[in-house]
Design a protein around this ligand. Structure first.
Ligand code: ADP
Ligand code: ZN
Length: 435
């Protein structure tokens, strides 16, 4: 059993007391041992003695990606390298990768957090976990690896890619749980189908932990319908540890363990703290992280906090599904659009497949244009292609997107398998304005 009701069902009052105690300690240690934090706090005229309540957290400045880049590679570490037992780096989706260093205790904290989440989603020691996240500097592979072992499951460290082998081992070893990006799961299911294998009937797979990139509720439905598995949302960033938090079996938001993390949402423009339920940028403070403290880390990810007690009985706060990063958002003719909104709207239409791409361009007049390319669902291909009806469908999809987004994109319906597939994080937006 990997379930700790004493911690996971702690009363709000006890949890807050614990958080304050750990927060003060965390800030003190950072101030004392990290030149980065000391200089930052001196510059902002704050010091650890200012933290008298949880609200005082707001007195502390944020830490941003740029801080990590400016102090590349080890500038935020508080301990000598002799105490750092592992290094990781972010995927570098938005620029130069950032480096993170872990002490032995940091690795244990990360593993504890993820193992708790995976157990809450229903994973047990008799499960066989196929880790199809990449192993290496990316935190996905090793994060799931150790959390799976912690639960006592049988871990298959296959890493990402080599789809035929993934399917072979899934059947040979009887994998019951998989971890990979949602886009890779879609590809894996498609690959299996083409090989005449049904994930639902020919494998024992029953659950998947999908994250590392935004995905929509409609995509969850598609994965679940296609494969018969439970699709669980998992979140993390390398700076806060790696993949660290997941949904429980209720699939109603991701539990952020309050004894390990303090979460806030802020208005990304003003930095002002938002209330429960208001969408804004997620800011995470990791309590007791030793090697590289993260105090008020701006994740860049847009979500809202849920404080209401979950039906599972766990008292810790949750976050809603992430809409995307604030810098994923683009403005087309004055309207703000997140790629995940396009995905959500597209996946409502049975005529299209899960593979899509968004192309942003700027025309001669300096006006931004958005084109959405999406593959047709192979099951209805002959009704449109060859019948000269693709144009009609394109118009209909474009109208449907306009209703959801308030801006009309150009839509191109493509033949099956014309867009790239991804083994890790999918690249959905091609921004030709930046080329
Ligand atoms: P990089 O920032 O270079 O991609 P990471 O590999 O650490 O670095 O990835 C973390 C980022 O991945 C998060 O900040 C978030 O944008 C995205 N991400 C991770 N899990 C999810 C999820 N479940 N839903 C949406 N986005 C996610
Ligand atoms: Zn729950």
């Amino acid at each position: 059993m990997y379930w700790n009701p004493f911690v996971e069902k702690m009363s709000e009052k006890d949890l807050k007391e614990l958080q304050l105690r750990k927060l003060r300690q965390t800030v003190e240690v950072a101030y004392k041992y990290s030149p980065f934090y000391r200089e930052l706090y001196k510059r902002e005229n704050v010091d650890p003695s200012d933290i008298k309540s949880l609200e005082d957290l707001q007195k502390l400045p944020f830490v941003k990606k740029q801080d990590l880049r400016d102090n590349y590679p080890f500038g935020l570490f508080t301990v000598p390298l002799s105490q750092i037992v592992r290094l990781h780096a972010s995927s570098g989706t938005t620029g130069k990768p950032t480096v993170t260093g872990y002490t032995q205790a940091d690795l244990e904290l990360w593993t504890e957090s993820l193992a708790r989440g995976m157990f809450s989603a229903g994973m047990r020691s008799d499960d066989v976990l196929q880790v199809a996240y990449g192993y290496g500097l990316f935190t996905g592979g090793l994060g799931f690896h150790y959390a799976g072992e912690k639960i006592g499951a049988t871990v298959v460290p296959i890493s990402s890619g080599n789809t035929q082998r993934q399917l072979d081992l899934m059947r040979d070893f009887g994998s019951t749980v998989i971890g990979c990006t949602p886009s890779y799961m879609i590809y894996l299911a498609e690959f299996a189908e083409k090989a005449g294998i049904s994930i639902q009937n020919d494998t024992k797979l029953r659950m998947g932990f999908f994250g590392a990139e935004p995905w929509s509720e409609e995509t969850r439905k598609r994965i679940e319908d296609k494969t018969g598995i439970d699709a669980i949302n998992v979140f993390g960033t390398s700076e806060i540890g790696g993949p660290v938090v997941t949904e429980c079996q209720e699939k109603a938001g991701i539990h952020f363990w309050g004894d390990i993390y303090i979460i806030e949402t802020i208005n990304p423009e003003t930095g002002e703290q938002l209330r429960e339920g208001e969408k804004g940028e997620l800011v995470v403070t990791v309590l007791g992280k030793e090697g590289m403290p993260m105090i008020r880390w701006r994740t860049g990810d847009i979500t809202a906090i849920i404080l209401e007690k979950c039906a599972c009985g766990r008292t810790h706060p949750r976050i809603e599904r992430i809409v995307g990063r604030s810098d994923d958002m683009f403005v087309v003719r004055g309207v703000n659009v997140f790629p995940s909104q396009i995905e959500y709207a597209l996946m409502l239409l049975p005529e299209v497949a899960e593979h899509y791409q968004i192309i942003l361009e700027r025309d001669e007049a300096g006006v931004d244009t958005m084109a959405v390319q999406v593959e047709i669902n192979p099951a209805v291909k002959d009704q449109y292609f060859g019948q000269g009806k693709v144009g009609e469908l394109e118009k209909r999809v474009s109208e449907h997107l306009r209703n959801h987004l308030n801006v009309r994109p150009k839509v191109e319906i493509l033949e099956p398998e014309s867009l790239p597939r991804f083994e890790g994080k999918a690249k959905r937006v091609i921004d030709k304005r930046k080329l």
